[in-house]
Unconditional design. Structure first.
Length: 136
């Protein structure tokens, strides 16, 4: 049985150091892990799968938007419970989007998360904050 060769690089003139792949380490699991703090649709990795979400950044932190209702999209939220397990809609500012219950369970099982709910209609804004949010 042969052992596969490990790629190496020369460090200085005396020693070789193995090159190690970091694999999933560089795959962000939330919007907080991106260096670029621009509000935009970005890809996060949940349960070894890619999921596009809208990332929103403010003075109090980074937000992975799990649900949004917008005026730019006609995607309906009137579904049977089974449909809510998977994502639907299009992530982005002004769009209707739902991350999916299966993704929310996987996302919130990765660590401690807080939930920020912003509701607005007819010029009235309301904000509610919950600590230690999870879906199980």
């Amino acid at each position: 049985m042969t052992t596969p060769a490990v790629p190496t690089t020369t460090q200085g003139s005396r020693r070789k150091v193995p090159i190690v792949s970091l694999g999933d380490v560089d795959q962000p699991k939330t919007c907080d892990e991106f260096k670029d703090r621009t509000d935009a649709v970005k890809t996060i990795y949940i349960n070894a799968g890619k999921v596009d979400v809208y990332c929103q950044y403010g003075t109090s932190g980074a937000y992975t938007v799990i649900q949004s209702r917008g005026s730019n999209d006609a995607t309906s939220f009137n579904h049977e419970v089974e449909v809510y397990k998977k994502p639907f809609g299009i992530p982005g500012k002004g769009n209707n989007f739902w991350l999916g219950l299966d993704n929310m369970v996987a996302l919130t099982s990765q660590g401690k998360y807080d939930l920020l709910i912003e509701v607005c209609c007819a010029g009235i804004n309301s904000v509610q904050f919950y600590k230690n949010f999870s879906v199980s």
